[in-house]
Design a protein around this ligand. Structure first.
Ligand SMILES: Cc1cc2nc3c(=O)[nH]c(=O)nc-3n(C[C@H](O)[C@H](O)[C@H](O)COP(=O)(O)O)c2cc1C
Ligand code: SF4
Length: 438
């Protein structure tokens, strides 16, 4: 059939292979199959494989792998990708991070979301353009406290609108949860959420960034800021309350019971605090973090058991097409998985677990425990500033991102972008804030 079609579009099904995430497949991961078809035909060949970098694209064409680059997710993350390449604006490309949040929302009938591009799916509904944003009618000084995904995006988009922005963060490096989570196995590309925004902010004349600048409410009030956006993020709960466990887990306050924040602190500082021996991970979050911590700890020589009340490990990652790959990887590194299992209590040297169907009790020996449960929004600064809003000392005060509602990085970026788009507008909470087809 080599010469039969006018063009070959080579793609290896199913969708979980075609749209593999960056954690499991590198850029150009289908090249061996595309190159095989190219070797048989003189007709043009197009292929996909999360081509985000112009270097990889040029290399694939020069190596004779294909003639035309297909880019689905890279074009979702940056619809102006070809235009930026044409104009040589390579640094301006907002590269897809390969997280598949776009995939997760699309077939479920939800408005599509993209971690990198908060305007995705909102072009018509809200009139948001991926590159342009309405200039501020009256530029003002805005202080954004917290430079995680929400704060970075809010500061960037407010700056693009022409406001004078001060972006502050308590930590020595901007990026918040993203740079921490990107330390987990395979999540390195997620850093692009921070890198692109840091680069975009550097181009803006009126956005100043101050890392290592913890702010108290008094510090904020002592400054000239009259418009404040609080993006202080969230903290993983220590008591084990999660999606299905509504009460604190008995025994959670013992030593050697950790949260994902503790594990990320170890990774960041290089000081490993998890004692040698068996770790029991309780995953009542169901997205990637529980499985990633299991993979990490197994890689560091721990015996690892993961328990989850869900019927599948990392159940929500079915929507990002990763669940089977995650489960396979955990099996490969020797992690024991107990599904439909919940924690009854944490004892000194074991965890009492219960089968969620028949209530059967079992005991799992443990040296340590990691509770992957809910996250609590950090609202202290916002709450302490609220009275200043009432007295008129502050003109506006907004709470955004995980500090408002802990969720996906995509939701934090969206929240930051929306805060910038709606800045200065009176939003009627009783009105639907986007267009609907009637
Ligand atoms: C949100 C989303 C929706 C998609 N919908 C379709 C579809 O309806 N039909 C199809 O053949 N491929 C669909 N795809 C697959 C893409 O066309 C493409 O083959 C795949 O994402 C791999 O290319 P990429 O690495 O450039 O993203 C979709 C991909 C995404 C991310
Ligand atoms: S949601 Fe993630 S995978 Fe999809 S286009 Fe955006 S960055 Fe890429």
């Amino acid at each position: 059939m080599a010469e039969l079609p006018d063009l070959w579009d080579v793609n290896i099904s199913d969708w979980s292979n075609d749209s593999a995430t960056s954690r499991f497949a590198p850029e150009g991961h289908q090249e061996q199959y595309i190159a095989f078809v190219k070797s048989l035909t003189s007709k043009p060949v197009v292929g996909v494989g999360r081509y985000t970098s112009p270097d990889a694209m040029v290399s694939a064409v020069r190596r004779g792998v294909l003639d035309l680059i297909g880019a689905a997710r890279p074009s979702i993350a940056d619809p102006f990708l070809p235009d930026k390449i044409r104009r040589g604006r390579l640094g301006a490309i907002r590269e897809c991070i390969g997280c598949n949040i776009c995939v997760a929302t699309d077939p479920r009938g939800l408005p599509i979301r993209c971690t990198q591009n908060p305007t995705m799916g909102e072009e018509w509904r809200r009139g948001w353009h991926p590159e342009r944003i309405a200039p501020a009618a009256k530029p003002v000084d805005v202080m954004v406290v917290g430079a995680g995904p929400a704060g970075l995006e809010a500061a960037r988009a407010l700056g693009q609108r022409g406001h004078h922005v001060q972006l502050l963060d308590a930590r020595p490096e901007v990026g918040g949860r993203v740079i921490r989570e990107a330390l987990l196995p395979g999540l390195g590309p997620w850093r692009r959420v921070v890198e692109w925004r840091r680069g975009a902010i550097a181009e803006l004349p009126d956005v100043e960034v101050f890392p290592a600048s913890p702010m108290s409410a008094q510090d904020v009030l002592d400054s000239d800021a009259r418009h404040v956006v609080v993006a202080t993020g969230a903290t993983w709960r220590r008591d084990g309350r999660g999606r299905s466990t509504g009460l604190p887990v008995a025994g959670h306050e013992q030593p050697d019971v950790f949260t994902p924040d503790d594990v990320l602190d170890c990774l960041e500082s290089g000081q490993w605090r998890i004692p040698a021996g068996r770790v029991v991970i309780y995953d009542d979050d169901h997205y990637v973090i529980g499985g990633l911590i299991a993979e990490l700890l197994a890689g560091r020589g721990h015996e690892v058991e993961v328990i989850t009340p869900a019927p599948l490990i990392s159940q929500w990652t079915q929507f990002t097409l990763e669940q089977e790959r995650i489960e396979r990887r955990l099996r490969d590194v020797g992690v024991q998985i107990h599904t439909r299992t919940t924690v009854q209590s944490i004892e000194r040297d074991h965890v009492v677990v219960a089968d969620v169907i028949d209530g059967g009790i079992d005991e799992l020996p443990r040296a340590s425990v990691v509770l992957v449960a809910d996250r609590s929004p950090r609202t202290d600064l916002h709450d302490e500033l609220l009275p200043a809003l009432a007295t008129g000392e502050l003109s506006t005060l907004q709470l955004i991102g995980d500090a408002d509602a802990p969720g996906l990085i995509a939701q934090a970026v969206f929240s930051g972008h929306r805060a910038a788009q709606q800045f200065g507008e009176a939003v009627d909470p009783d009105e639907v804030e986007f267009l609907r087809e009637v």
